[in-house]
Write a protein that binds this ligand. Sequence first.
Ligand code: PHE
Length: 340
Amino acid sequence: MKERLEALRDAAFKEIQDNIDLNELEELRVKFLGKKGEITKILRDMGKLSAEMRPVIGQMANEVRADLENKINETKEILKTKAKEQRIDSETIDITVNTKDIKRGHRHPLIQTAEELEDLFISMGFSVVTGPEIETVENNFDALNSPDNHPSRDLSDTFYINDELLLRTHTSPVQIRSMKKYGAPLRIVSAGRTFRYDDVDDTHSPMFHQLEGLVVDENISMANLIHTLDIFIKELFGDDMKTRYRPHHFPFTEPSAEVDVTCIECRGEGCPACNFTGWSMELLGCGMVHPQVLENCGIDSEKYTGFAFGMGIDRIAMVKYGIKDIRLLFENDNRFLEQF
Ligand code: PHE
């Protein structure tokens, strides 16, 4: 029996030496030390021994068990450490890898322009508000004093969703929303997307962007309008810029004007970009808020007057950056966008 125990220990030790892994080690533990394992088998035969031999073999069996347990635990620790080292090796991050080729995006030139415009007006004391792209016919036309037969209401000019809702054709409905919400006095700008049933060409897109402005207070006059817009244009394009106010018609302002500014390419000399007129045309529309529009929003038109303006952000971005084709702004071609 003594020999059996010794042989068993040698066999177990030999197996452990042989490149064992953690699973195999556990199998080995069960095989030798488990309830049905080799040592238990040997101990079961103890009954056959003489009374003197029993304690001797018993003690020896315990020693072999202890030896094996120690060896197995020791080996387990070594294997675990090895596995951990291997994992650390395989998961290391190489911080010397070149990251220069990773492309980082930036704001779209249109958003940059819109934010620049907003910032200029914020510096003049305006607040920035927003309005929804899906508007009511009421806010987009009716409350803005637009007559029932106005051509812009036509199905061929406007994207209707149903009889009451449409994709806003301009940002002017934000005027209505703001006056109804905040009353007078008021000084706001609002930038956003607008939609018209236009065919795409180099200066037209069915989706474009406007910045709306509105001031309502006591004693607001055309002089305030012109002064504000002149300062704005000079801040945006430079001190040498001149403006030209051409009479125009909008249902929601009276009087109304369209504003041209000095051609940014030739600074007024005349060049192909401005058809040799010296002017960049139709950069914005503006006028004194029609008293009926104030009344429609619950503002006393005897006490308050106001001015409003709306400009094409796409047009301004194109003039500012010398972009000849509006489609470039919406095609998301990186070769174009990377230049800004
Ligand atoms: N909403 C007008 C347009 O889209 C522009 C405008 C705004 C004119 C405010 C006057 C006052 O053409």
